[in-house]
Write a new protein. Structure first.
Length: 211
Protein backbone atom coordinates (compact mmCIF):
# COMPACT_ATOMS: atom_id res chain seq x y z
CA UNK A 1 0.00 0.00 0.00
CA UNK A 2 1.38 3.41 -0.96
CA UNK A 3 1.87 5.98 1.82
CA UNK A 4 -0.69 8.77 1.78
CA UNK A 5 0.84 12.14 2.69
CA UNK A 6 -0.42 14.86 0.34
CA UNK A 7 -2.83 14.48 -2.54
CA UNK A 8 -3.38 17.10 -5.25
CA UNK A 9 -5.86 16.72 -8.06
CA UNK A 10 -9.33 17.38 -9.36
CA UNK A 11 -12.32 16.77 -7.11
CA UNK A 12 -15.48 15.37 -8.68
CA UNK A 13 -18.85 16.32 -7.22
CA UNK A 14 -21.40 13.53 -6.79
CA UNK A 15 -24.27 15.20 -4.89
CA UNK A 16 -26.20 12.02 -4.09
CA UNK A 17 -27.35 10.59 -0.75
CA UNK A 18 -27.09 6.94 0.31
CA UNK A 19 -24.84 5.79 -2.53
CA UNK A 20 -24.61 2.07 -1.83
CA UNK A 21 -21.84 -0.35 -2.70
CA UNK A 22 -23.90 -1.91 -5.48
CA UNK A 23 -24.06 1.49 -7.14
CA UNK A 24 -20.30 1.92 -6.63
CA UNK A 25 -19.51 -1.47 -8.18
CA UNK A 26 -22.49 -3.61 -9.29
CA UNK A 27 -22.68 -7.24 -8.25
CA UNK A 28 -21.92 -8.67 -11.71
CA UNK A 29 -18.34 -7.38 -11.45
CA UNK A 30 -17.53 -9.14 -8.16
CA UNK A 31 -16.09 -12.26 -9.75
CA UNK A 32 -12.48 -11.19 -9.30
CA UNK A 33 -10.37 -11.38 -6.15
CA UNK A 34 -7.82 -8.95 -7.58
CA UNK A 35 -7.74 -5.28 -6.57
CA UNK A 36 -7.05 -4.14 -10.12
CA UNK A 37 -9.25 -3.81 -13.19
CA UNK A 38 -12.44 -2.66 -11.47
CA UNK A 39 -12.03 1.05 -12.15
CA UNK A 40 -13.55 0.75 -15.61
CA UNK A 41 -16.79 -0.47 -14.02
CA UNK A 42 -16.96 2.11 -11.23
CA UNK A 43 -20.53 3.50 -10.94
CA UNK A 44 -21.36 1.37 -13.98
CA UNK A 45 -25.15 1.70 -13.79
CA UNK A 46 -25.14 5.49 -13.57
CA UNK A 47 -22.05 6.03 -15.71
CA UNK A 48 -22.99 3.92 -18.75
CA UNK A 49 -26.11 3.04 -20.71
CA UNK A 50 -27.23 -0.63 -20.78
CA UNK A 51 -25.38 -1.07 -24.09
CA UNK A 52 -22.13 0.28 -22.64
CA UNK A 53 -22.17 3.84 -23.97
CA UNK A 54 -20.99 6.66 -21.73
CA UNK A 55 -23.70 8.86 -20.21
CA UNK A 56 -22.40 12.25 -21.29
CA UNK A 57 -23.50 14.29 -18.29
CA UNK A 58 -22.15 11.91 -15.64
CA UNK A 59 -19.32 13.72 -13.89
CA UNK A 60 -16.60 11.09 -14.36
CA UNK A 61 -17.29 11.02 -18.11
CA UNK A 62 -16.38 14.69 -18.47
CA UNK A 63 -13.07 16.51 -18.53
CA UNK A 64 -11.26 17.25 -16.31
CA UNK A 65 -13.02 14.86 -13.95
CA UNK A 66 -11.97 11.74 -15.83
CA UNK A 67 -8.74 12.15 -13.89
CA UNK A 68 -10.44 12.91 -10.55
CA UNK A 69 -8.53 11.84 -7.45
CA UNK A 70 -11.04 13.20 -4.93
CA UNK A 71 -14.77 12.54 -4.67
CA UNK A 72 -17.14 14.87 -2.83
CA UNK A 73 -20.49 13.30 -2.14
CA UNK A 74 -23.54 13.06 0.11
CA UNK A 75 -24.30 11.43 3.44
CA UNK A 76 -24.17 7.68 4.15
CA UNK A 77 -21.80 6.95 1.28
CA UNK A 78 -20.90 3.28 0.90
CA UNK A 79 -24.00 1.83 2.55
CA UNK A 80 -25.38 -1.57 1.53
CA UNK A 81 -23.30 -4.73 1.34
CA UNK A 82 -19.84 -5.02 2.85
CA UNK A 83 -18.08 -5.78 -0.45
CA UNK A 84 -14.45 -4.67 -0.37
CA UNK A 85 -14.61 -4.42 -4.15
CA UNK A 86 -16.15 -0.95 -3.68
CA UNK A 87 -12.95 0.72 -2.40
CA UNK A 88 -10.97 -1.42 -4.85
CA UNK A 89 -12.95 0.05 -7.75
CA UNK A 90 -12.55 3.63 -6.49
CA UNK A 91 -8.80 3.21 -5.98
CA UNK A 92 -8.34 1.52 -9.35
CA UNK A 93 -10.09 4.45 -11.03
CA UNK A 94 -7.69 6.80 -9.22
CA UNK A 95 -9.89 8.16 -6.42
CA UNK A 96 -7.99 7.97 -3.13
CA UNK A 97 -9.89 10.52 -1.06
CA UNK A 98 -13.65 10.75 -0.45
CA UNK A 99 -15.26 13.65 1.39
CA UNK A 100 -18.78 13.23 2.76
CA UNK A 101 -20.93 14.16 5.76
CA UNK A 102 -21.02 10.48 6.80
CA UNK A 103 -20.06 6.99 5.66
CA UNK A 104 -21.36 3.49 6.25
CA UNK A 105 -19.15 1.94 8.94
CA UNK A 106 -17.85 -1.11 7.05
CA UNK A 107 -17.10 0.88 3.91
CA UNK A 108 -15.35 3.53 6.03
CA UNK A 109 -13.11 0.89 7.62
CA UNK A 110 -12.41 -0.79 4.27
CA UNK A 111 -11.21 2.52 2.82
CA UNK A 112 -8.37 2.73 5.32
CA UNK A 113 -7.41 -0.87 4.62
CA UNK A 114 -7.01 0.00 0.93
CA UNK A 115 -5.14 3.31 1.06
CA UNK A 116 -8.18 5.56 0.64
CA UNK A 117 -8.71 8.52 2.96
CA UNK A 118 -12.40 9.03 3.87
CA UNK A 119 -12.95 12.51 5.36
CA UNK A 120 -16.06 13.36 7.36
CA UNK A 121 -17.08 17.03 7.31
CA UNK A 122 -20.30 18.76 8.38
CA UNK A 123 -22.69 19.59 5.56
CA UNK A 124 -22.00 23.33 5.88
CA UNK A 125 -18.35 22.61 5.08
CA UNK A 126 -19.23 20.18 2.27
CA UNK A 127 -21.38 22.75 0.45
CA UNK A 128 -18.58 25.17 -0.62
CA UNK A 129 -16.34 22.23 -1.55
CA UNK A 130 -19.13 20.79 -3.71
CA UNK A 131 -19.61 24.17 -5.39
CA UNK A 132 -15.88 24.51 -6.07
CA UNK A 133 -15.69 20.97 -7.48
CA UNK A 134 -18.47 21.75 -9.95
CA UNK A 135 -16.38 24.58 -11.39
CA UNK A 136 -13.54 23.17 -13.55
CA UNK A 137 -11.56 26.36 -12.90
CA UNK A 138 -11.64 25.74 -9.15
CA UNK A 139 -11.87 21.97 -9.05
CA UNK A 140 -8.27 21.27 -8.09
CA UNK A 141 -7.80 20.64 -4.39
CA UNK A 142 -5.04 19.55 -2.05
CA UNK A 143 -5.47 17.08 0.80
CA UNK A 144 -2.72 17.44 3.40
CA UNK A 145 -3.09 14.44 5.68
CA UNK A 146 -0.14 15.23 7.94
CA UNK A 147 -1.62 18.62 8.86
CA UNK A 148 -5.25 17.47 8.38
CA UNK A 149 -6.10 20.30 5.99
CA UNK A 150 -8.10 20.56 2.74
CA UNK A 151 -7.07 23.45 0.49
CA UNK A 152 -9.09 24.75 -2.45
CA UNK A 153 -9.58 27.94 -4.46
CA UNK A 154 -12.15 30.38 -3.16
CA UNK A 155 -14.56 32.01 -5.58
CA UNK A 156 -13.64 35.49 -4.31
CA UNK A 157 -11.02 36.81 -4.31
CA UNK A 158 -9.90 34.90 -7.39
CA UNK A 159 -7.04 32.42 -6.82
CA UNK A 160 -7.19 32.86 -3.03
CA UNK A 161 -6.83 29.58 -1.14
CA UNK A 162 -9.32 28.52 1.48
CA UNK A 163 -8.61 25.85 4.07
CA UNK A 164 -10.73 23.38 5.99
CA UNK A 165 -9.34 21.34 8.84
CA UNK A 166 -10.60 17.78 9.28
CA UNK A 167 -10.44 15.26 12.11
CA UNK A 168 -9.16 11.70 11.85
CA UNK A 169 -8.31 8.93 14.27
CA UNK A 170 -4.58 9.23 14.98
CA UNK A 171 -3.93 5.50 14.62
CA UNK A 172 -5.55 5.38 11.20
CA UNK A 173 -3.74 8.55 10.19
CA UNK A 174 -0.40 7.02 11.16
CA UNK A 175 -1.07 3.84 9.17
CA UNK A 176 -2.04 5.81 6.06
CA UNK A 177 1.03 8.03 6.34
CA UNK A 178 3.22 4.91 6.51
CA UNK A 179 1.27 2.97 3.89
CA UNK A 180 0.46 0.12 6.27
CA UNK A 181 -2.47 -2.23 5.83
CA UNK A 182 -3.41 -4.80 8.50
CA UNK A 183 -0.91 -7.38 7.25
CA UNK A 184 1.97 -4.92 6.99
CA UNK A 185 1.23 -3.61 10.47
CA UNK A 186 1.26 -7.15 11.87
CA UNK A 187 4.55 -7.93 10.11
CA UNK A 188 6.05 -4.94 11.89
CA UNK A 189 5.79 -7.02 15.07
CA UNK A 190 7.20 -10.16 13.46
CA UNK A 191 10.21 -10.37 15.77
CA UNK A 192 7.98 -10.21 18.85
CA UNK A 193 5.61 -12.83 17.39
CA UNK A 194 8.46 -15.22 16.55
CA UNK A 195 9.97 -14.75 20.01
CA UNK A 196 6.62 -15.60 21.62
CA UNK A 197 6.20 -18.68 19.44
CA UNK A 198 9.68 -19.95 20.32
CA UNK A 199 9.04 -19.41 24.02
CA UNK A 200 5.63 -21.10 23.84
CA UNK A 201 7.05 -24.11 22.03
CA UNK A 202 9.78 -24.44 24.65
CA UNK A 203 7.38 -24.23 27.59
CA UNK A 204 4.46 -26.14 26.04
CA UNK A 205 5.87 -28.45 23.35
CA UNK A 206 2.70 -30.56 23.37
CA UNK A 207 0.85 -27.62 21.76
CA UNK A 208 3.18 -27.54 18.77
CA UNK A 209 1.48 -28.09 15.43
CA UNK A 210 4.66 -29.48 13.89
CA UNK A 211 5.29 -33.21 13.75
Amino acid sequence: MQPFTKLSGFAAALPLLNVDTDKIIPKQFLKTVKRTGLGKNLFDEIRFTPDGQEIADFVLNREPYRQAKILITGANFGCGSSREHAPWALADFGITCIIAPSFADIFYNNCFKNGILPIVLPEEAIAPLMTAAQDPNRGEMEIDLENQIIRYQAEFPVNALTEFRFDIDLGRKSRLLQGLDDIAETLGSLQTIESFEQQRQSLQPWLSLTQ
